[in-house]
Design a protein around this ligand. Structure first.
Ligand code: ASP
Length: 405
């Protein structure tokens, strides 16, 4: 049997789960003195064996679990994803590009939905869909990631489990095919929350994750984006990466696909938040960061609380945009805190942070969020955000532009 020590009483795990659920998002704020608890304490004081047991359990370190669903009950699953925010406008988008984005957002959403429908965990859904998007050159994550000013792909990713606040993150990896799976491995197989650089890649190899040559992540479009960006800034163009295909004679539309606004290429990070049938939420984000970023630059995506956060007591959030602003405002955690401590709805909290706080400091981008009730929201202050959502029994909603629902 699983016991948890409450400030005033010893509760079985199912009991504390019920307590958490009943008190909902204000669990911590409202938890207080209860005469029933005092009576229980007096009763166990009289029984030395139970008292001893209480003390032993109180000293045993454990992982808290928040508002997890009891066995037998079932939540309706729900999932929201993004594929980056930015200057995404109809006037810059041709029909082929638009169709490709909509199709791939739909496929990624379906991967998460299938996982959740079969009873898979929110973490499994996050990982499955993001792995697909990391392999998809349309998005700035994994293959198709943007380049640093030095001409490398340095990948960041994070994942967080809202049921116990466990989290894993990696920054600046160059050889691990699926940074989201590496972030999960850091969470589940290391005592740490974040690993960076070659140490993170070594950890991936040691744990049997798929390793690739860094040129695996190369795409001509992202390379040309870098060249244009550096030219504009008057900075030197690095040599083409080792293992990349030779410089093409002509930049055909196929090589440069998808065709979109020159500003749109700046973003394209992918993220996913999910609620599973057990009532748990999780968040994950994966990115190549910003085009022409300096060596060693780390964005918000792998910073727990900035670009990624999940807590069953409030919400799960994944962000996309100029990471420096998201870090300064701890965007993801601030949204969850507004829900948890101020009692705002998820949409109010998301809009407060994205439309006001972020906009006020001239930060650009957006977020997706979900809670254990199945509320699914997004908010962005850019021209568009690649996004999709679905809940059990519902129809998928896919959007790109500002004027779509
Ligand atoms: N937030 C990411 C970063 O700053 C970029 C993005 O969302 O596209 O690294």
């Amino acid at each position: 049997m699983n016991w948890v020590l409450h400030p005033f009483a010893l509760l079985r795990k199912g009991g504390i789960d019920k307590l958490s659920r009943a008190k909902g998002r204000n669990t911590i704020k409202k938890r207080g003195f209860n005469p029933g608890h005092l009576a229980f304490m007096i009763a166990i004081m009289r029984k030395p064996a139970i008292l001893l047991c209480t003390c032993v359990l109180a000293l045993t370190p454990g992982t808290p679990r928040f508002a997890q669903q009891s066995v037998g009950e079932s939540h309706k699953w729900a999932v929201v994803l993004h594929g980056g925010a930015g200057v995404i406008e109809r006037s810059h988008m041709d029909a082929k590009t638009e169709a490709a984005y909509r199709a791939d957002l739909q496929t990624a959403l379906q991967k998460a939905a299938d996982t959740l429908d079969k009873g898979g965990s929110a973490l499994d859904a996050v990982e499955a869909a993001i792995r697909y998007m990391e392999d998809d050159p349309l998005f700035n994550a994994g293959r198709g990631a943007v380049f640093t000013a030095a001409g490398k792909n340095e990948l960041d990713s994070a994942i967080m489990d809202g049921s116990n606040l466990k989290a894993g993150a990696v920054a600046g990896v160059t050889r691990t095919r699926h940074p989201i799976s590496l972030a999960r491995a850091v969470m589940e197989k290391s005592p740490h929350v974040m690993l960076e650089g070659s140490g993170a890649d070594d950890f991936a190899a040691a744990n049997g994750l798929e390793m690739v040559n860094p040129s695996f992540f190369f795409t001509e479009r992202r390379w040309q984006n870098l060249v244009d960006d550096l030219k504009q800034q008057g900075k030197p163009i690095p040599p083409r990466p080792a293992g990349a295909p030779p410089e093409p004679k002509k930049l055909t539309s196929d090589l440069m696909f998808p065709i979109e606004s020159p500003e749109a290429h700046k973003f394209g990070t992918v993220g996913l938040v999910a609620l599973d049938k057990q009532g748990n939420i999780a968040a994950g984000t994966s990115t190549g960061g910003l085009t022409a970023k300096m060596w060693g630059r780390v964005g918000d995506s792998p910073i727990i609380g900035a670009g990624t956060y999940a807590d069953n007591r409030s919400c799960a959030v994944s962000g996309t945009g100029t990471g420096e602003y998201f870090i300064r405002l701890t965007v993801a955690r601030t949204i969850c805190a507004l829900v948890q401590y101020k009692g705002m709805t998820l949409q109010e909290a998301a809009d407060e942070v994205v439309q006001h706080q972020l906009t006020d400091i001239k930060g650009d981008g957006g977020i997706i969020a979900i809670d254990t009730k199945g509320d699914m929201v997004w908010s962005f202050n850019t021209e568009g955000m690649y996004r999709a959502r679905i809940s059990e029994g519902g129809k998928p909603e896919i959007g790109m532009y500002k004027d779509e629902k």
